[in-house]
Write a protein that binds this ligand. Structure first.
Ligand SMILES: [Zn+2]
Length: 550
C-alpha cells in the first residue's frame, strides 16, 4: 500500500470515529432527565389484577399507563418472604434481604435478643402526634436506596419524599438521606413523621391534618362503585371465606362505615378510602413542596397500603377487593392528571409496581378442588418442641416460629452442651416428614453453604441474613398459608405471591410491552440509567434493556 493511500485511509477512519463519538455524545447530552420521578407501589397487587379487572378500569389510570407506557409483564420478586418491608426494600435498593437485612416486617434480632419491628428506632420520636407511631427510621435497612443515590449524586439538591399509610411503605423507599417520609397514625388520625427527618411538620401537613379527611371519608356507607351485579370477576358478596368488620354480621355491601367507625379503630385503612387519602396527601405534597419545579430531579415515593389491608380481610376473590382496585385506579388517574397539568408529561416519569402478590383463601381453594390449608404457627412450634424434648430430653429448645423460620434457643443449647447444627438438622427432618403441607425445609447451614438443586432454594438463600434469621426455614406447599382461616395471606415464593405488575410511563419511556423475565431488583438500576446516576451500592439487578435501549 502506498504511503499516501495509507494516510488517506487513516484520515477517513479518524473522521468516521470522531463523527460517531460526537453523535453519541450529543445523543447522550440530549437524553432527557425527568424533573420528577413518581414511584407508585400498590401493596399486594398481584399481576393478575391487571387482566382480571381490565374491562372495568377507567381509561385514565392503569389503562393509560399500560397503553401509552411500557409494560414489563413478567416481573417477579427473587426473595423470600414476600412481605411489605422486604418488597419495598428490594424495589428501592435493587438488592435482596440477604444483603439489605430486611428479612421480614418483624424478626428476632439475635444481637438485641428481642423481636424487633423493621422500622422501630428508640432514638427517634414522633413528629405530629403524641403517639409512639413515629419512633421510627430506616436504620435497619443496611443498603442505600436509589433515592439515596440520587441525593448523593445531586449533592442533596433533590427533594425526596416517601408517603404511605404504612410507616414501612414510606420509610424504606425514601431512603436514609431522604428529605422526608410521612405515614398515617391511626390513634390521632393524622399524617405524622419522625425526628429522624424533621423537628416539626411543615405547615401544609398541619393544614392537611386539620381538614379531618378520615372522618369525611367515613361519613358515607361504602357502596360498590359500579352496580354490584356487574362484579362478575368476584365471588358472591355473601360468603364464608371473608372476614367481617367489627360490628358487622355479614361481609356484605353496603358497609355502614359511619356506624362501624365507632367499633373498629383500624376501619379506615381497611377501606379503599385509605388509598384516596394517600392520593390527596401525595398531590398536596407535590403542590406544596414544589416537586418537579427545580433544576434537580425530585423523587416522590407513594405506596397504596389499603389494597393490602382490604385484601387480607376479604381476599383476592371478593367484591371488596375488586371495588378497591377500581377505586385506586381512579386515585392513580387523579395523580396523573395533576402531574399533566402542573409538571407536564414530558417532565415526569412514573413507575408502578407492587411489593408482593397474594394467595387466595385456602378454604375457598379447597372448595374448588385444590389441595390447600392453614398452618397455625403455635401448633408447629409446640409440635417441634414436643419432638425435640423426646429426642434431647429438654423442654423449649425452639423459641419462636417467625417468618416461616424456627429460631432455636441458643442459650439453652449452650448451657446443656448440645450441638445446634445437629438440633437444626433433626428439626428440619421432623418438619419435612412429620407435618402435612410442607414443600421444603432447609437449615441455616444449608442456606449459608448455598448448595441445593431444589427450585425454591434461591428465594430462601436471598432471604437469609444471619443475625436476623432463624435456624430452620420452612417452605409451605403452594396454597398453604399461616394463621388465617378467613381472608387472605402472602409470603411464599409461588407465582401468585411473586408475580407483580411493572409499568413505566412518561419522560424517556417508549410505548410497548414485553414478556421477557424481569426481576424486582432490576427496577433500581433501570432508574439509575434513566436518571444517569450510579447504581445504588448493593444493587444486584441489571437495567431492563427494553427500557434503556430506545
Ligand atoms: Zn400484607
Amino acid at each position: 500500500m502506498g504511503k499516501n493511500r495509507f494516510i488517506k485511509i487513516t484520515v477517513v477512519i479518524v473522521l468516521i470515529a470522531s463523527i460517531a463519538f460526537l453523535f453519541t455524545f450529543c445523543l447522550h447530552k440530549d437524553k432527557k432527565i425527568p424533573k420528577l420521578v413518581v414511584g407508585i407501589v400498590v401493596d399486594q397487587m398481584a399481576y393478575d389484577f391487571i387482566p382480571r379487572y381490565w374491562d372495568k378500569y377507567s381509561e385514565n389510570g392503569f389503562k393509560r399507563l399500560i397503553k401509552y407506557g411500557f409494560f414489563c409483564k413478567n416481573t417477579k420478586l427473587v426473595h423470600f418472604p414476600s412481605y411489605t418491608a422486604p418488597g419495598h426494600s428490594s424495589i428501592y435498593t435493587g438488592s435482596v434481604p440477604s444483603v439489605n437485612g430486611i428479612v421480614g416486617n418483624d424478626w428476632f434480632d439475635k444481637k438485641k435478643e428481642k423481636v424487633v419491628y423493621c422500622t422501630d428506632d428508640d432514638t427517634c420520636h414522633t413528629i405530629g402526634s403524641f403517639s409512639n407511631e413515629g419512633n421510627m427510621s430506616p436504620s435497619s435497612l443496611l443498603s442505600p436506596t436509589i433515592t439515596d443515590q440520587l441525593a448523593l449524586t445531586n449533592n442533596y439538591k433533590s427533594k425526596i419524599i416517601g408517603i404511605a399509610l404504612k410507616d414501612r411503605g414510606a420509610i424504606f423507599p425514601a431512603g436514609h438521606i431522604g428529605s422526608s417520609a410521612y405515614w398515617y397514625d391511626e390513634t390521632s388520625k393524622k399524617w405524622i413523621s419522625s425526628s429522624y427527618y424533621m423537628n416539626k411538620l411543615p405547615y401544609w401537613v398541619e393544614e392537611f391534618n386539620n381538614k379531618n379527611l378520615p372522618d369525611k371519608y367515613l361519613s358515607r356507607p361504602w357502596y360498590t362503585f359500579l352496580p354490584i351485579e356487574s362484579y362478575s370477576e368476584s365471588t358472591n358478596d355473601d360468603n364464608e371465606f371473608e372476614e367481617v368488620y367489627k360490628g358487622e354480621e355479614r361481609p356484605v355491601f353496603p358497609h355502614n362505615l359511619p356506624e362501624l367507625k365507632y367499633k373498629d379503630m383500624h376501619l379506615f385503612r381497611t377501606t379503599p378510602f385509605g388509598n384516596s387519602i394517600t392520593k390527596d396527601f401525595a398531590v398536596d405534597a407535590i403542590k406544596n413542596e414544589n416537586l418537579g419545579k427545580n433544576e434537580f430531579t425530585d423523587f416522590l415515593c407513594i405506596s397504596f397500603s389499603s389494597t393490602d389491608y382490604v385484601g387480607h380481610k376479604f381476599g383476592p376473590n371478593s367484591i371488596e377487593t375488586e371495588d378497591t382496585y377500581l377505586r385506586v385506579d381512579l386515585d392513580i388517574a387523579e395523580i396523573l392528571e395533576y402531574l399533566d397539568n402542573n409538571i407536564g408529561l414530558q417532565n415526569y416519569l412514573v413507575f408502578l409496581t407492587a411489593d408482593h402478590g397474594v394467595c387466595s383463601n385456602p378454604e375457598y381453594l379447597k372448595r374448588n378442588g385444590y389441595s390447600a390449608g392453614t398452618f397455625f404457627t403455635k401448633v408447629i412450634l409446640d409440635s417441634v418442641n414436643t419432638y425435640l424434648e423426646r429426642t434431647y430430653n429438654k423442654n423449649n429448645l425452639a423459641l419462636y416460629f417467625f417468618n416461616q423460620q424456627i429460631y432455636l434457643n441458643d442459650e439453652l443449647i449452650k448451657e446443656n452442651g448440645l450441638n445446634s447444627n445437629d438440633i437444626a438438622k433433626n428439626t428440619a427432618f421432623y418438619i419435612k416428614n412429620g407435618i402435612e403441607g410442607i414443600e421444603n425445609v432447609w437449615t441455616s447451614e444449608d442456606l449459608k453453604n448455598g448448595i441445593s438443586n431444589e427450585y425454591y432454594f434461591r428465594y430462601f438463600k436471598n432471604g437469609y441474613y444471619e443475625e436476623r434469621c432463624g435456624d430452620v426455614f420452612v417452605n409451605f406447599k403452594q396454597y398453604w398459608i399461616e394463621d388465617k382461616i378467613k381472608g387472605a395471606e402472602h409470603g411464599g415464593p409461588y407465582s401468585y405471591d411473586i408475580h407483580i405488575p411493572l409499568i413505566w410511563y412518561g419522560c424517556g419511556i417508549n410505548k410497548g410491552e414485553s414478556s421477557e423475565p424481569v426481576e424486582m431488583i432490576d427496577i433500581a438500576p433501570t432508574l439509575s440509567k434513566l436518571l444517569n446516576i450510579p447504581y445504588p451500592k448493593d444493587c444486584l439487578g441489571k437495567p431492563i434493556k427494553e427500557i434503556i435501549n430506545k
